[in-house]
Design a protein around this ligand. Structure first.
Ligand code: SPV
Ligand code: MG
Length: 565
């Protein structure tokens, strides 16, 4: 194709204005479309009708797309007769532009009205990042060219030229293209009418001619091209003359061939077959290998980009935190109540104790919960949990249970909460734990005298400062946690919760593994772990609170828990 054909405005020149699509480091889509239109090579446009088909077209290597009226209306389930409003088309175009980086040529039908509608259309297309529009010389509402073409009325030439001129005057980006589609052959006219019209449209400012034909042979479009020569680029839609070798189009010097409806036509038999199979067989087995995996949908949607963005933008805390609930022991003190289930499954107000614990964590947005089972593991069967079994539960303590749970899940990307399976609590306690950003956080009950008065075994804490009104604003750290802290040094009762930041998890693993390796620690409890962490120089932040939790150790506790609200 000779350089003479390269008419049109100078690529790259842009009228100033806020509406021009500017992507840093990349040529504008309008400019890239114009380059394709003016290129001496035969270029190809693929039909796309929504965001995902547009992305598939781009991935296949197409350098531009055809947003065809036939397929866009068909995917809405309506006819190619302007039944979908132009703004509905515009909405879909926006998804297509967002899903791609390549230029899109809109099949703008007749321009949806007269000159005034065309200029508004052009403005809106530029705003949405569409590179070019094609308008055809028919009347609104149009009918598809392959339906009773001969009955279709062509537009008055002058009136159609006014649509072209108004569109060209309206564009702000000089590289936006308006292709004009000559429907003379479709409407049963001859070459003379086609050329007369093309000439007028060219003079009115059209950037290229789409010459359409419904014949099974390319003879009309080839005849047109011979006469038209290189006055402006010529675009074809070979749907009906599909058997023509592409070389013929190349040799004839066409600018662009549009594969105008093939993605939708490919999808239709695939969908029909899938629907019929499922209706017939009422199961998914036979279809699974013939449909795209769900992962492929995620990929086409760009799901991984969102995951990366979530990492960057969303606060991590609490989001994907996980919990280890230590629930291996039987709770022999509960007698008959634990004959057929471990303590964590004893019912409190109609629900297993463990269900109350899970509900509290779920309410705080934490759903990754793993439970260490020991005594009668099968009895712990609540949904949505993962399980770790400590088969040595009878002669090991909580430290070993924790060590097993840490070994079972080595994901250290999120904060970890460690909890007992026999402690119920008000939900806000989790918020107290979650708030400080320290590596280790525990909650201590200032009402520790209550446990002393009841004569029960408890883990007491001695801290850097006792609870007081002034201390509310201070950062308080653990000094010691044990069952036998002298009254003068005791500041609270440890409630059994420990939060460990993702950052500190490798250090926790190290300490737990080192302790678990010592035979004398087989029955070690978590307060031994806290003491060891402090001994190693870790700072364990203490948050004081009062009441609103219950350690279920005895039958009396079960009764008390039943009244716990
Ligand atoms: C379209 O794809 O909507 C077209 C081409 O306009 S045709 O259906 O051949 O008219
Ligand atoms: Mg169309």
């Amino acid at each position: 194709m000779s350089a003479d054909r390269k008419t049109g405005t100078v690529p790259g020149r842009t009228r100033a204005g806020p509406l021009v699509e500017i992507v840093p480091g990349r040529t504008r889509r309008t400019t890239r479309f114009r380059e394709l239109l003016l290129s001496p090579e035969l270029e190809f446009l693929l039909e796309a009708h929504n965001g995902v088909s547009a992305r598939i077209g781009e991935e296949a290597g197409f350098r531009a797309l055809w947003a065809g009226g036939l397929c866009m209306s068909a995917q809405f389930g309506v006819r190619d007769s302007n039944e979908a409003s132009w703004t509905q088309v515009l909405e879909m175009l926006e998804f297509m532009v967002d899903a791609t980086t390549i230029p899109i040529l809109l099949d703008g039908d007749t321009g949806y009205g007269n000159f005034n509608n065309v200029r508004r259309l052009v403005r809106k297309l530029e705003q949405r990042g569409i590179a070019a529009v094609c308008i055809e010389d028919k009347l609104y509402p149009k009918t598809n060219s392959f339906i009773d073409g001969e009955k279709q009325q062509l537009a008055d030439i002058e009136e159609f030229c006014s649509r072209i001129k108004a569109g060209k005057d309206a564009q702000r980006d000089d590289d936006f293209s308006i292709i004009t589609r000559v429907e003379a052959f479709i409407a049963g006219w001859g070459l003379g009418e086609a050329l007369r019209r093309a000439e007028a449209y060219h003079a009115a400012g059209s950037d290229g001619i789409l010459i359409h034909s419904a014949l099974a042979s390319p003879k009309e479009v080839l005849a047109f091209k011979r006469e038209w020569a290189d006055r402006s680029p010529v675009v074809i839609v070979p749907t009906k003359y599909y058997a023509t070798p592409t070389e013929v189009f190349r040799e004839a010097g066409f600018s662009i061939a549009i594969w105008a409806n093939h993605l939708l036509r490919a999808a239709i038999p695939a969908m029909q077959e899938c629907a019929a199979t499922l209706a017939r067989e009422q199961n998914l087995r036979s279809i699974e290998d013939r449909v795209a995996p769900v992962k492929e949908i995620f990929r086409l949607q760009g799901a991984s980009e969102l995951q990366e963005a979530e990492e960057r933008y969303l606060p991590r805390q609490g989001k994907e935190s996980r919990v280890i609930v230590l629930a291996a022991s039987r709770g022999s003190a509960l007698g008959e109540l634990t004959a057929d289930r471990p303590k964590a499954m004893v019912e409190i107000r109609g629900q297993p104790l463990l269900a109350h614990i899970i509900a509290a964590y779920n309410a705080a947005g934490i759903k990754r919960i793993s439970v260490v089972r020991g005594y009668l593991p099968q009895a712990i069967d609540l949904p949505g949990l993962s399980f770790v079994d400590n088969t040595d539960y009878a002669d090991t303590g909580e430290l070993i249970s924790l060590a097993r749970a840490l070994d079972a899940d080595r994901d250290d990307t999120n904060d970890l909460y460690i909890s007992y399976g026999d402690v119920i609590f008000r939900r806000y306690i989790i918020d107290h734990l979650a708030e400080p950003v320290d590596d280790f956080v525990i909650v201590a009950d200032t009402d520790w005298q209550e446990s002393v008065n009841r004569g029960r075994a408890a883990d007491y804490v001695s801290c850097s400062e006792p609870h007081s009104r002034q201390a509310f604003y201070h950062e308080i750290y653990l000094r010691r946690c044990a069952e036998d802290i002298a009254e003068g040094e005791c500041h609270g009762e440890w409630m059994g919760f420990l939060k460990v930041s993702a950052r500190a998890l490798p250090r926790l693993r190290e300490v737990v593994a080192a302790m678990a390796a010592v035979p004398g620690n087989r029955r070690a409890k978590l307060h031994h772990l806290l003491t060891q962490l402090v001994a190693r120089g870790e700072k364990i932040r203490v948050v004081y609170t009062t009441g609103h939790w219950l350690d279920v150790d005895s039958l009396a506790d079960v009764l008390l828990a039943g009244r716990f609200t």
